[in-house]
Design a binder for this molecule. Structure first.
Ligand SMILES: C[S@@+](CC[C@H](N)C(=O)[O-])C[C@H]1O[C@@H](n2cnc3c(N)ncnc32)[C@H](O)[C@@H]1O
Length: 258
């Protein structure tokens, strides 16, 4: 496998990804078989009118979903310009206004300090490293008292096979993994991901000076749309009755100046 270049691979994958496995935008979906926002309530008490930044906004689905939940001014940031082109088309089609920023989530220097009430990320931070730069940037751009809410893939989901008896093929503690996205494009597109434990996410967020309010490993909900959308096959769906799919975390920047 060639050394992964996440930006180049997402640029090359974007078209097929949006066509064949695009994320839902009818609701804020945190992960496959993970309770949606209407059940989880990770941002529902803070989203109304909130100036909101989405890290790794992809094709814009999460921005559209947040607009429907009543978010205020929206900004989407992504490392892939192709994904951002899809986001622009989706936002225009949905009549949702948002600024789109081409940047790495680990380098938020181009955004103003204290400028967002809410920072959201859905299944994107597994691609971001290093965490100290990511969360130092998030703390800087959050307004005092502002909220960070994100979901990532659980390392137990990443380290187990999708076929019964769902054996472990990697270490729970492996964190960094290079892998190939099979089947969506003819090219072999490789990615570098970091599958961190709930404790590692908690520690990184806390070390940045944010206060963790909720850390969740939600039990699966029955939702066969994840099979229909092409994210899971029957075996992968059944695995999630045994293995957590998603980590969700919510934290707050303490009130008061930095
Ligand atoms: C799985 S998608 C998440 C977006 C949406 N929730 C979805 O599932 O389609 C991951 C997104 O993160 C973006 N991404 C990967 N690495 C990134 C980085 N270092 N900084 C910002 N965005 C990144 C990718 O380009 C991609 O659009």
């Amino acid at each position: 496998m060639t050394t992964p270049d996440n930006e180049a691979s997402w640029d090359a994958l974007a078209g097929a990804y949006q066509e064949h496995v695009g994320w839902p935008d009818d609701e804020l979906a945190w992960g496959w078989r993970t309770p949606p926002e209407a059940e989880l309530g990770l941002v529902s008490d803070v989203v109304q009118g909130a100036t909101t930044l989405v890290l790794g906004c992809g094709g814009g689905q999460d921005l559209v979903a947040l607009a429907r939940l009543g978010a205020g001014a929206l900004t989407g940031l992504d490392v892939s310009s192709s994904q951002l082109e899809h986001a622009r088309r989706r936002l225009d089609g949905a009549g949702v206004a948002a600024d789109l920023v081409h940047a790495d989530a680990a380098d938020l220097d181009g955004l103003d300090a204290d400028s967002f009430d809410l920072v959201v990320s859905v299944q994107a931070l597994n691609y971001v490293d290093p965490l100290d730069r990511l969360f130092a940037g998030v703390r800087r751009v959050l307004s005092p008292g502002g909220t960070l809410a994100f979901s990532v893939m659980h390392p137990a989901e990443a380290a187990t096979e999708d076929a019964p008896p769902w054996p472990w093929t990697g270490s729970y503690f492996g964190e960094q993994r290079d892998w190939v996205w099979d089947g969506l494009t003819e090219d072999e597109l490789s990615f570098r991901s970091w599958f961190r434990s709930p404790a590692a996410w908690f520690t990184a967020v806390t070390d940045a000076g944010l206060v963790v309010e909720r850390l969740l490993e939600p039990a699966p909900v029955p939702d066969r749309r994840w099979i229909e959308r092409g994210w899971l096959d029957e075996d992968g769906y059944a695995k999630l009755d045994r293995v957590p799919a998603t980590i969700c975390l919510r934290a707050r920047r303490p009130p008061g100046p930095s």
